[in-house]
Design a protein around this ligand. Structure first.
Ligand SMILES: [Mg+2]
Length: 184
């Protein structure tokens, strides 16, 4: 389905996305089509059992294609409108060639959400190792609590190195630096 506007992270751009519908098989019945479940209108967590009463969530978006006004509107919707205390934005625009704009957007995001909301960033592997270390220090100054995929998730040595070196710059950034093996 088409997105409402062009979207991009550090390495990819797109104008359509996919809706995923999951069907869960329960015995010889399929949960989504199982009449008792539908009649009872039970959430799957009650039908199948839950291990936690609640889980923390965060608003994820803040695409690099967004201008400041759109970014502010999205963040305000999550933080003020939905009372979500954590948000994540994309950085690493154009494979790390727009660092000044990345940091501008981080500053803008912090101004919008205030000091009491957790701010996370995701570079989707767009930076070099050297950039990741340098930017990790700058992110810490803005209270960024999570730096996702600073370098390619295929570069495990680079991920570890970025974390260690960010540690010398900022303990907060180092504990938050991570690499994930799947995009998101
Ligand atoms: Mg990600």
């Amino acid at each position: 389905m088409p997105t409402d506007a062009p979207e991009a992270d550090g390495t990819l751009a797109w104008d359509s996305t996919t809706m995923v519908v999951v069907e869960v098989a329960a015995g010889d019945a399929t949960v989504i089509g199982w009449p008792p479940w539908r009649l009872l209108e039970l959430p799957l967590t009650r039908l199948l059992g839950a291990t936690h009463e609640s889980v923390p969530v965060y608003g994820s978006g803040g695409f690099t294609t967004y201008h400041d006004t759109r970014l502010a509107a999205q963040l305000n919707h999550w933080v003020q409108g939905q009372h979500i205390p954590r948000v994540k934005i994309k950085i690493g625009e154009s494979w790390g060639r727009e660092v000044a704009r990345d940091l501008h957007r981080v500053r803008a995001a912090r101004q919008v959400i205030g000091p009491g909301t957790e701010l996370y960033v995701d570079a989707n592997g767009a930076y070099t190792r050297q950039q990741a270390v340098r930017i990790g220090g700058a992110l810490a100054e803005h209270g960024v609590g999570w730096f996702e995929e600073p370098v390619s998730s295929d570069d495990l040595t680079g991920c570890a190195s970025s974390g260690t070196r960010c540690c010398a710059t900022s303990r907060r950034a180092s504990t938050a630096t991570t690499c994930r093996t799947s995009p998101g």
